[in-house]
Unconditional design. Sequence first.
Length: 505
Amino acid sequence: MNLRKQLLATLFLILAGAGFALAGNAVYNVRDFGAKGDGTTLDSPAINAAIEQAVKDGGGQVLLPAGTYLSGSIRLKSNIDLHLSAGAKILAVNPKKYPPTGGTEGGLYDESEPFNFPEYQDGGHTYFHNSLIWAEGQTNISITGHGMIDGEGLTKKDTEKAGQVQGGSIGTGDKAIALKLCRQVTIRDITIYRGGHFGIIMTGCDLSTIDNVTIDTNRDGFDIDCCKYMTITNCRINTPSDDALVLKSSYALKRPVVCEHIAISNCNITGYKCGTLLDGTYVPEPVGWVCGRFKLGTESNGGYRNISLTNSTFMYSSGLAFEEVDQGRMENIVVSNITMSHVHHYPIYITTGCRNRGPKEVTQPSSARDIQISNVIADDCDSLCSIIVTGMSDEPVRNVWLSNIRLYFRGGGTRDLVNKQYREQGTNYPEPKFAGWTPAYGLYARHVEGLHVNDVTFRYQRPDYRPAVVLDDVHGATLRVVDAPTEQGVDKVVQFRSNDVAIYE
């Protein structure tokens, strides 16, 4: 063999070993299947044709080169990497505007699938096929690349009924990415702008990775429901009108399924006006219903177990919310190394309740235990709510650790609030906004067994006449090094119906 042939053979082996697609059928360019990428021709038939051909050949990468691909539903299948090149955009078609040119494929978006079971969760969690990109029961799927998904034509609110299908769906084309009962999922490097009702919803998915994803959207960013063994890293999530990153455990799989073994790190959560994260103007959105935040709940039939959130930042956002209200168990939750600025409504919120949205024959109460939050700094916190830890009188929250926390509030609470009959969670929707001001400005705890507070600092910008800490029906508590000022005549710690409380200055 001459030298030239030896070099070519060696190069072939190196490229093949590195995973480069040398065979002609390993990369499926959607342009070869008729996609135009001109922003006016409906390209989803060509994209789906490329996916189908790749599936027939055993899998591969379906490539979208630079261009704007007007699209209805894209059906992702096993062993397919849907790759959006830099400069590629999937533009969700608006049924009111289409078609300027080209034809349809019998409907722009797929219809919602049958559910045939009581809907204990809303339509956004129940139906998946009526989405821009969807998959159900698939394995080894990925959506990658430095391109964008623009959900301009997606439905984002329950009140938008145009094109609604029978069965409780909120509309056709209501989510950017919807994955159900899939395994080995990777979503990496993409940007989602205007993601519809949910930017990404994953339900019953195992062994998944979400990394380096940017979402700037008008409803929820990520909804992770009944999933396990998942990592979410290095993401930027801007959600000025709803939740940023939410873990749920609904009845969407027709049974309670725990959401567990989820590790989240190095993420940025913000509440800027939609689009201003992407264009770099960073305009804060006036707070309304909710703005940003990391949340467990509210759908919580299966509960949460072994969840960690670390090394993340919040800006112009609500804070941390852990809400178990639908008869599941919330346990083994760890949060550490969090910074927040301009915090809406509350910095930290832990609660259980008895909304019990599920089958009536389920009688177990909601419960929460073993929650550890440490190394948190937050400034410009709304003084509506302190840290809140509330259980139920017959099922207290158990074993909560709060340590190395620095919170700076705006202040302004009045002296009478210490005796306020703060709303019991009960069957109410668990949103502190509806309960109003808390009796304490720094920490309010009720129906708790085992509360351990160590090295916390509370400050306020203008006078606040509430105690720093109020404990109501709290048993087995330790407060060690609570650095918190109070106004003249106001006690730092006030206890109601509590015992076995040790306070160390």
